[in-house]
Ligand binder design. Structure first.
Ligand code: GGG
Length: 367
């Protein structure tokens, strides 16, 4: 039987609770007996900083490099607000993304039928919503140099972040978006700010050139990122795949989450380039949400985004599409049965906590 190695990095806050639910799902698939998932757990984020003084150790990075997939919870929280920038909790996640070469972040925003009335938007705008946001993850303003805060002679401080993109970085993420669109609705919106940013001009040019190999079956529309944000609340169903840079991708996917009912519903997959010999990709799967310190440790968090992220691992890392579909159906069924964590609570529904939601999904899987 094939054994796959999973590195679990729960991180901080509700990451710990939602990863615990993923462990139960992993256990279910181990008992199902098709493959074996061997798990190992390590620290990241504030938890790693508290113990080791860094947001991720070299030893944990080594495990991540060797794992077949990393399943990540969440990092950060006010406890670490004063921590130096280079070792703050988020630095652990950024190092994982950069060192593993995880340039393609897939963030599906799907509105489950039972949650159409939990959305921040009207039911008719979100019923059947299925958008894939493709966020470039290892470039842009997150990593561009210089990146600094300096004190000027006047005593005033000056902060700089630098947005950098190269042709090859844009081309490879555009290809991911067009390839995905071919298996979905054949439409890509490319979002940038070419009216004010040079990186937007280059982004637009390279996406247009890359599109030539995918036309005419895949349609391409360019959209300014601010207009994209507005259209996501005005008429989200016009979108199929949205490809965009690191920062806009972070913002637009949080916005899209509210159309699905809650940030607690959005999973993600961060993928590297396929290895030239084996075809295998480095991969990290994590909920889009953060560590939610206000509800951490109370058993209130919605585990669905983290569980669905493991579903993406089944699909993208382990060629277990059928099992991923089963997991999606189990999630849809518990929602249809009226179970709700606080973030997606609606009148007349049955309010449950993190572990109860996990148990209900497991129960559905066992049927
Ligand atoms: N699970 C997501 C998480 O923990 N996010 C915290 C974070 O570092 N976010 C930075 C980003 O993704 O832009």
């Amino acid at each position: 039987m094939t054994t796959y190695n999973l590195l679990l990095l729960p991180g901080d806050g509700i990451g710990v609770e939602t990863i615990a639910e993923v462990e139960r799902i992993v256990d279910f698939f181990n008992k199902a007996g098709k493959v074996k998932f061997a798990t190992e757990t390590d620290l990241v984020g504030g938890a790693a900083y508290d113990k080791h003084g860094v947001a991720i150790t070299d030893a944990a990075m080594d495990k991540a490099q060797k794992a077949d997939a990393v399943i990540f919870g969440a990092v950060g929280g006010p406890k670490w607000d004063g921590v130096p920038y280079a070792v703050r909790p988020e630095a652990g996640l950024l190092r994982l993304r950069k060192d593993l070469g995880l340039f393609a972040n897939l963030r599906p925003a799907i509105c489950y039928p039972a949650l159409a009335d939990a959305s921040s938007l009207k039911r008719e705008l979100v019923e059947g919503l299925d958008i894939m946001i493709v966020r470039e993850l290892t470039g842009g303003v997150y990593f561009g140099e210089p990146k600094e805060i300096v004190t000027l002679e006047s005593g005033e401080k000056r902060a700089v972040d630098t947005q950098v993109y190269t042709t090859s970085e844009i081309e490879r993420i555009a290809k991911v978006a067009f390839d995905l669109a071919r298996r979905r609705g054949n439409k890509v919106h490319s979002a940038e700010k070419r009216n004010v940013m040079r990186t937007g001009v280059l982004w637009n040019e390279v996406v247009t050139a890359t599109h030539k190999s995918y036309a005419p079956d895949v349609k391409l529309e360019h959209i300014l990122a601010d207009n994209c944000a507005m259209q996501l609340v005005r008429n989200p169903k016009q979108f199929d795949v949205i490809v965009t840079d690191n920062l806009f991708g972070d913002v637009l996917s949080d916005e899209a989450a509210m159309a699905t009912g809650s940030l607690g519903m959005l999973p993600s997959a961060s993928l590297g380039a396929p290895d030239a010999k084996t075809g295998k990709r480095k991969a990290l799967y994590e909920p889009v949400h953060g560590s939610a310190p206000d509800i951490a440790g109370k058993g209130l968090a919605n585990p669905i985004a983290t569980i669905a992220s493991f579903g993406m691992a089944l699909r993208y890392s382990f060629d277990m599409g059928e099992e991923a579909d089963l997991l999606d159906k189990a999630i849809a069924s518990v929602l249809a049965a009226g179970l709700r964590t606080g973030d997606i609570m609606q009148p007349g529904m049955n309010k449950v906590g993190t572990a109860e939601m996990g148990s209900a999904i497991l129960e559905q899987l066992r049927k």
